[in-house]
Design a protein around this ligand. Structure first.
Ligand code: ADP
Ligand code: MG
Length: 256
């Protein structure tokens, strides 16, 4: 059943969005910066940063609190705009898009797990997972939402509202929702941050499975050493700069 959750939709290639083929860049940051005006000065949140992430790579972004990890993820998702530089995702230059095009881009390309989950409080767990599929008028939305909830071990909570769920349970619903439309790029902000060891390992297993079976490009912000170990590449941020960019050994990210 978990297989059916991750396998490509009928008539679709795995990770069916440009660019094609492993190794082609999926995400390219060219001198991307983010700063905010602070009175007459400015607050540099990200210093100009260039990074290329190949299609299908599993990247962990690490670094102390306040180092710019969430800001970087928001820029990759087109939820925030850079102060300078260019961002290209799946061959599309998102830093130049208007809001409508950005919304379409996000719907087609990005699955996003927010640090604060951002579930819709007036919808049940099941409905929250269904929403992105219903926006796309996907015919099997309910069936697939049920399968996704089963995959994150929450079948018994399908009819519960977010306020009736623990933080860890809400996080798992948010992860199921992010998987829903089989995005070629999954971005997650501390996806195991509020989970106990058992549930954290379970979610990491699902993320690895998604990566392996669908060729999903994964960028995970994390403090979790297990995620860093599973990743093929670890990018360390400090004070808005990349201070280390390390690819794992040949065994990295195989997901066994
Ligand atoms: P991280 O996710 O690594 O903890 P963030 O990307 O959330 O870091 O934030 C990086 C820095 O930018 C922090 O010092 C944070 O306080 C600051 N920052 C982020 N967004 C804003 C904002 N909207 N206004 C003021 N400061 C911000
Ligand atoms: Mg953060």
């Amino acid at each position: 059943m978990v297989d059916s959750v991750f396998s490509p939709a009928p008539g679709e290639d795995a990770a069916g969005a440009a660019p094609r083929g492993p190794g082609a860049p999926m995400i390219v940051l060219d001198q991307v910066s983010r700063w905010l005006p602070m009175g007459r000065r400015r607050l540099d949140i990200l210093h100009p940063l260039s990074l290329s992430i190949p299609s299908g790579q599993f990247v962990a972004v690490m670094g102390p609190s306040g180092s710019g990890k969430s800001t970087l993820l928001g820029l990759l998702a087109g939820l925030d705009r850079p102060s300078g530089g260019e961002i290209t995702v799946a061959g599309q230059r998102i830093s130049a898009m208007n809001e409508d095009d950005l919304a379409r881009f996000r719907g087609a390309t990005i699955g996003f797990v927010f640090q604060s989950y951002q579930l819709i409080p007036t919808l049940t767990a099941l409905e929250n997972v269904q929403v992105p599929m219903e926006i796309r008028a996907q015919p099997d939305a309910k069936e697939r939402a049920l399968a996704l909830l089963a995959a994150v071990d929450l079948s018994s909570r399908a009819d519960h509202y977010p306020a009736q769920l623990s933080g860890g349970e809400q996080q798992r619903v948010a992860i199921a929702r992010a998987f829903a439309c089989r995005p070629p790029v999954l971005l997650a902000d501390e996806p195991t941050g509020n989970l106990d060891t058992v549930n954290g390992a379970h979610i990491l297993g699902l993320l690895k499975q998604l990566h392996r079976e669908q060729g999903t490009t994964l960028v995970l912000v994390t403090h979790d050493a297990e995620i860093a170990r599973a990743a093929q590449r670890v990018v360390q941020l400090r004070d808005g700069r990349v201070v280390e960019d390390r690819s794992a050994g040949t065994d990295g990210g195989k997901g066994s």
